[in-house]
Design a binder for this molecule. Structure first.
Ligand code: G4P
Length: 529
């Protein structure tokens, strides 16, 4: 198989949802179809159980699982499918944002009873900004939930999407009879006691066929006819290009737990979902079909065994073929490196591979050379864009609590930040270190991991910061910028990449600062150019 064929058969995507909507269950059912696992329950949920915020065993357990489930690959109808795991817990949202830089499309799971929830809104917004193609799966149809049309309206309004249902439910909850697959013009009937079995749909090109009444009853048949008619009137026709451009989102209904509607989703997905996409770098657009290898690090995972300090850097292959034992350029370090045991992922196992192709993820053992966002190439000097840091939500000073272990603390903090656990800012004025996180949970994770993996102790001190704003002066020699730096001196810091950051204490301050210094732009994201 040549490079083009390998690219053509790959689909790399992420599943996003609010916790509990059914992401893990859906993932597992997809793996079952691919024959990658044999039984339900094999994919462990990596969500942190509610109320477990102080339970460090739980965090460690979760870390262990999240390495195993970071990438779940399987074959289905000769397609190589890579699912990139995204943590649902809001405190790990940053991880999810970064993973979204490595997917070519996403499936959004929504609970039919709860509708659009907070976390879904945030994640979909990121996908929308990047025009990532999305398919929506409305889950738990075996339970009572919202009316299908109301829910479609809610999805459009709250998520800012333009939807097109490609399947439609017949009844719901107790009365759930099945689904009409508009995409394939097939009827799938739900039978409560044939859970987990995969039944082929019955071809139904003409819904006026009286056979339909016999199968689902007169009333349900009539309702279905009316609803499908309405779907055709209200929603646009499916247009694959519009979907691929992120302008139109197909919707499927089903019940992941009962394995209902999942095969229909998967069959449509492999047909319409994008193959590995080109990616923008600082110098040019890199096409997946180019022969020379390029890739970037979107995730770093520390070894679970504290005695082995090596880490696994997850690289998404953008173009060409990645080969074992071959020299590649680590662009940021300007250093050639080769990898003798790159890991590929298959279901919940990982194994050493000789070659990987665009869309694939390889796990590289790393002793501290990689940071999130780093690019590898065959020699070309380019860096991929699009692994930005967002402003954290919580900020604290970090202090050394054991003077004998200053080195360990510095090293531990450095490595945890490379992994993307949190962001570190160093105040210009006095060199004090400030940690910024998305959720409060990370402060405990950092303290625990510093102690257990690096033998260092830290304490925290509160700091009143509303947002970290990355500073972009129009002219860094202007009097206005000099004045800004003088007046705001106490609140200026550098991030890990030595970029200037203004730690604003309130939304009001941000607003006033922008008014007073119009040529000094403030951004809530590190990669603003
Ligand atoms: P998440 O990864 O998005 O957080 O969700 P997960 O798959 O863990 O599902 C959350 C809960 O919803 C689980 O129940 C799961 O069994 C249930 N669920 C998933 N899909 C369906 C569905 O189609 N119908 C119904 N009725 N329930 C569904 P749990 O009791 O929280 O966990 P568990 O003890 O079953 O693992």
């Amino acid at each position: 198989m040549d490079l083009l064929e390998e690219i053509e058969r790959r689909r790399t995507f992420g599943i996003i949802s609010h916790p509990d909507a059914g992401k893990t269950t859906l993932t597992e059912k997809l793996l079952l179809f691919g024959g990658a696992i044999q039984e339900a329950g094999a994919v462990k949920s990596n969500k942190i159980k509610k109320g477990a915020t102080s339970d460090f065993m739980e965090i460690e357990r979760q870390r262990g699982i999240s390495v195993a489930t970071s990438v779940l690959a399987f074959m289905y109808k000769d397609k190589k499918i890579n699912i990139l795991d995204t943590p649902g817990h809001k405190d790990f949202a940053e991880d999810t944002f970064r993973t979204l830089t490595a997917v070519d499309s996403v499936i959004v799971v929504i609970d039919v009873a709860k509708g659009v929830e907070e976390q879904t809104e945030k994640l979909v917004e990121v996908c929308r900004m990047r025009n990532i193609p999305m398919i929506v799966f409305i889950n738990k149809l075996d339970r009572e939930g919202k009316d299908a049309f109301d829910l479609l309206d809610e999805v459009e309004q709250k998520l800012g999407l333009k939807v097109i249902p490609l399947s439609f439910p017949i009844g719901m909850g107790y009365d759930f009879k099945g689904i009409y697959n508009i995409w394939e013009k097939k009827l799938n009937l739900f039978s409560g006691d044939t859970k987990q079995t995969v039944s082929a749909g019955i071809e139904f090109t003409d819904l006026d066929d009286p056979e339909l009444d016999k199968m689902i009853g007169d009333a349900a048949a009539e309702t279905l006819r009316e609803e499908i008619e309405l779907v055709r009137e209200v929603y646009p026709d499916f247009d694959k290009d519009a979907y691929l451009n992120g302008e139109l989102q197909p919707v499927f209904f089903g019940s992941a737990l009962n394995n209902f509607g999942v095969k229909e989703l998967l069959d449509c997905f492999i047909e319409i979902a994008p193959t590995p996409q080109p990616k923008m770098s600082d110098t040019r657009l890199v096409d997946s079909k180019e022969n020379k290898f390029t890739g970037f690090v979107f995730k770093i995972h520390a070894n679970m065994d504290p005695k082995h300090r090596d880490r696994l850097a997850f690289v998404k292959i953008v173009s060409g073929v990645f080969k074992r034992n071959t020299n590649y350029l680590h662009v940021k370090l300007g250093k050639k490196m080769k990898f003798s045991s790159p890991n590929a992922f298959f279901a919940e196992k990982k194994e050493i591979v000789d070659e990987s192709f665009p869309g694939d993820i390889v796990g590289l053992h790393d002793t501290g050379n990689f940071k999130i966002g780093d690019t590898l190439t065959e020699g070309e000097v380019l860096e991929f864009k699009g692994v930005p840091s967002f402003s954290p939500e919580h900020f604290r000073y970090v202090n050394n609590a054991d003077p004998m272990k200053a080195k360990q603390l510095a090293k531990g903090l450095d490595q945890l930040m490379d992994e993307g656990v949190a962001q570190l800012f160093t105040l210009d004025l006095n060199g004090r270190k400030v940690i910024g996180t998305v959720g409060a949970l990370q402060f405990e994770v950092i303290q625990y991991r510093l102690e257990h993996e690096y033998g260092a102790k830290c304490s925290y001190e509160n700091l009143n910061v509303h947002k970290a704003c990355w500073v972009e002066p129009e002219d860094d020699q202007s009097d206005e910028f000099k004045d800004f730096k003088r007046v705001k001196q106490r609140y200026l810091a550098k991030d890990k990449k030595e970029q200037l950051v203004f730690l604003a204490d309130s939304a009001f301050t941000v607003q006033m600062t922008q008014q007073k210094y119009p040529t000094v732009k403030l951004h809530f994201v590190s990669e603003y150019k």
